[in-house]
Ligand binder design. Structure first.
Ligand code: DGJ
Length: 539
């Protein structure tokens, strides 16, 4: 080897080492779980693609540059089993490879969504050679004895074939991307669960296993992890029982399916992790209030099934909710209380602006990703495009947010006219921030039907507030001391070439004569608020 080549190799290796080549991982520090990429915490400003948006290479050329321009730093994209393994044992990664190349060029990361045996609980993305052989790849049987079109988790060949395809996928990703780390994480299957009356597969093998004892590994786990999902009803009602009904009562069908799907997914994930140790998670479709298991996918990784999944699938890193229901904050809190890092892989695009601030600020989440972001117009405007303005600002504040998350110096809230909650308060740094939806002045009519803010404590008495649509009054928190407090200054901040500068000092009518922060009704802005505290007169 010529000296020059050797020197170049050494420099290259040193540079690679300096890049911090350990795979992306979840790290919990200061009570907050963050995603570590290249040795540093990373905030996923994500967006998931529509289901039919990543089936060709050409779609990457159109979609990824647009999403990069709209400030998404991570795109969640489906990878379909039937696309990568059209014939058994023959793999074709040409489309995925192109997506990775274009993502890298555009400086966006990817999270891959493995649409394997199940997507929305159904099996549409399995290859034709799987769907054509119900003997080798058995289907779930409905309560009336008729076979469904859905692959059964009891199919051993199905688990083997799905795992082999997933391992091939991760082998490809590792070979192509271990250095660059364009791909950050992988979702395994999609919204798993049994759909149908009775809430479980009624095949002969399923019936036999359901009539038998709960596996010893599960009961042993339940005995030692009783309080794993506090406040969640179904896991378990009686860990000392033997049959599924004795242990789980009315949730027996659901717990039984959760165990089987968990065991299946664990096999898939283990095969994938042997090729590439990226974080791997599962998502869930959430039930409507009072909905029965089977009407929603029964055996999904819901908080109440968390212990069953943890016992069945220790290789899965965490579980994440797809939140389309109005009680967004509640679902985030439930997954978090069950011990998961906070990552929301799917959510409503039209409500994404406020919910993003909530996830990063209040739940100290590492990622949020509204669904169907490729449907946004290229100029980033329109009724669903609020997230574009939020991500534009958050991409400039990521490091500040990540540090504030670790130090517990960040809060957030969301208000909607429709939720009929007139005001809400967060406490931070010795102050109470009480927010109401913004009103016009002097007519005092509602100026915004949605509002949200993230509050970051940046120094003693200095807070940065990011958001829109709210009027915020700030007072001393009486639990801190008995001082009084007053706003000293409010500045609208802007980022010029990486430096934050005050663009406008707000006062007079724009602060209700110094009494409140009056946010813009619609545009996301960053405000710097300085407070003073003082002893009350006569104290
Ligand atoms: C949840 C699924 O995970 C997505 O792939 C998509 O089907 C949305 N629902 C709804 O469009």
């Amino acid at each position: 080897m010529a000296m020059g080549t050797f020197a170049a190799l050494v420099v290259g290796m040193a540079a690679a080492a300096a890049l911090g080549q350990e795979a992306p991982a979840i790290r919990t520090q200061g009570g907050v779980a963050q995603l570590i990429v290249g040795g540093k915490p990373f905030l996923i400003l994500g967006g998931e693609l529509g289901n039919s948006s990543s089936g060709t290479a050409a779609q990457a050329d159109e979609i990824l540059p647009k999403l990069a321009r709209l400030h998404f730093n991570t795109v969640l994209m489906p990878v379909a089993w039937n696309q990568i393994e059209p014939e058994e044992g023959r793999f074709d990664f040409s489309i995925l490879d192109h997506w990775i190349d274009v993502a890298r060029e555009q400086k966006v990361h990817l999270v891959l969504l493995w649409f394997g045996s199940w997507k929305n609980a159904l099996s549409e993305y399995a290859p034709a050679w799987v769907l054509a052989d119900a003997k080798r790849f058995p289907r779930e049987i409905a309560a009336d004895g008729t076979p469904t079109e859905i692959l059964s988790p009891f199919g051993e060949e199905t688990a083997r074939s799905d795992s082999r395809a997933f391992a091939a996928l991760m082998h490809e990703v590792h070979g192509r991307d271990a250095q660059q780390q364009t791909v950050l994480m992988v979702q395994v299957e999609n919204e798993i669960g049994f759909l149908g009356v009775g809430g479980r597969d009624r095949s002969a093998v399923a019936n036999r296993l359901f009539a038998g004892p709960v596996p010893a590994a599960l009961t042993a786990y339940l005995r030692t992890h009783e309080a794993e999902a506090p406040g969640e009803a179904a896991t378990p009602i009686n860990p000392a029982g033997h049959t599924w009904k004795e242990v789980f009562g009315e949730a027996a069908d659901e717990a039984f399916m959760a165990w089987e799907y968990g065991v299946f997914a664990n096999q898939v994930v283990k095969a994938g992790k042997a090729e590439d140790p990226l974080p791997m998670y599962m998502n869930a479709q959430l039930p409507a209030p009072f909905e029965r298991a089977g009407d929603y996918p029964s055996g999904a990784p819901l908080p109440r099934m968390q212990s069953v999944y943890r016992a069945a699938a220790p290789a899965i890193d965490f579980y994440a909710p797809d939140i389309y229901w109005p009680d967004f904050e509640d679902w985030v809190a439930r997954y978090r209380a069950a011990g998961n890092p906070v990552f929301v892989p799917e959510a409503r695009l039209d409500l994404a602006a406020g919910n993003a601030l909530y996830v990063y600020g209040e739940a100290r989440g590492f990622g949020f990703s509204p669904f169907a972001v490729d449907s946004l117009p290229a100029d980033g405007t329109g009724p669903d495009a609020g997230i574009v303005g939020v991500d534009a600002v958050l991409s400039q504040l990521s490091d500040v947010i990540l540090e504030a998350q670790q130090q517990d110096r960040i809060r957030a809230l969301v208000l909607h006219e429709s939720s009929e909650r007139p005001a809400q308060t967060v406490a931070l740094g010795g102050f109470l921030f009480r927010a109401m939806l913004a009103h016009t002045w002097p007519a005092r009519q509602l100026a915004a039907s949605d509002g949200a803010m993230m509050v970051i404590e940046r120094g003693a008495g200095e807070f940065w507030v990011v958001g829109s649509g709210l009027t915020v009054s700030i007072q001393r928190d009486p639990d801190t001391d008995d001082q009084a407090a007053q706003i000293v200054s409010v500045d609208e901040m802007t980022n010029v070439n990486g430096q934050w500068v005050a663009e406008r000092r707000l006062n007079g009518d724009q602060t209700d004569q110094g009494r409140a922060l009056l946010m813009d009704a619609h545009a996301i802005r960053v405000y710097r608020v300085r407070m003073v505290t003082y002893a009350r007169q006569g104290d």
